[in-house]
Design a protein around this ligand. Sequence first.
Ligand SMILES: C[S@@+](CC[C@H](N)C(=O)[O-])C[C@H]1O[C@@H](n2cnc3c(N)ncnc32)[C@H](O)[C@@H]1O
Length: 277
Amino acid sequence: MGLVGGEATGASDPQTWHHGIVATWWAEFNDDFRPQEILYFRRYVERDGQPALDVACGTGRLLLPYVRAGLDVDGCDVSADMIEQCRAKAAREGLSPSLSVQAMHELELPRKYRTVFVCGAFGLGSTREQDVEALRRLHDLLEPGGTLLIDIEVPYADAKRWRYWTTAGRRDLPEERPAPRERRLASDGAEYTLRGRAVDLDALEQRITLEMHAERWRNGELDAAEDRRLTINLYFRNELLLLLERAGFADVRIEGDHNDLPPTADDEFLVFVARKR
Ligand SMILES: C[S@@+](CC[C@H](N)C(=O)[O-])C[C@H]1O[C@@H](n2cnc3c(N)ncnc32)[C@H](O)[C@@H]1O
């Protein structure tokens, strides 16, 4: 089966793999992934941070527990499939959060927010110009004095992939296709499995391209397979700091890996906490 583009409609549409089988995987198996992130962003929303917007909310890993707890949180995501899964999960609990399908760099919403947060999504599928535009729009969506929270995984977090920044290391790209992994049983009775690999790293553009092979099995037989791509713009601390300042944010603070502490070189994730004047 060929490569699925990710339901993108134009050359500049975000290239993300969060569609189809991958979206189902997120809805079924990722609710408990990195629980410290769920707690971390929640504290900001609870402390005078409502209404809040979960940008690239996916299938609601953060949004649904927040809405369940009575917090006023809206969500948006570029993937119609992720939003559909999120809506269905919410409906099963009798919840109906306001959700919309929009790319970050095209965001237009009728409300203003005290908190806007982006977890695990900044730089995904976009160009750097689109990321600059996204920051401008996120700034616009905040009330005066409101807070933007963005996390990034630092480019040096993954020891294996860090070596692809060197010419010699890049000779090992694309990575070998990984061996088939164990299948997981989902609530629809089908089994799902994902296998990812890096195919390219452009050191000049600071962008990595990953590929995902996703399968659905029924009654022991392969029922569907999809191959999708995801590009990620890789940001270091100081570049994103400058971009946030350029977008008009005052008082940008950086914290360590969702831990309320000053960042260190050992943190694999950094969180940028930026206030609108
Ligand atoms: C790693 S998932 C994280 C989802 C959710 N924030 C969470 O932490 O569970 C990344 C999400 O970003 C979305 N996404 C990727 N590129 C995007 C873009 N340019 N604009 C808006 N959403 C995007 C994907 O569809 C996906 O739902």
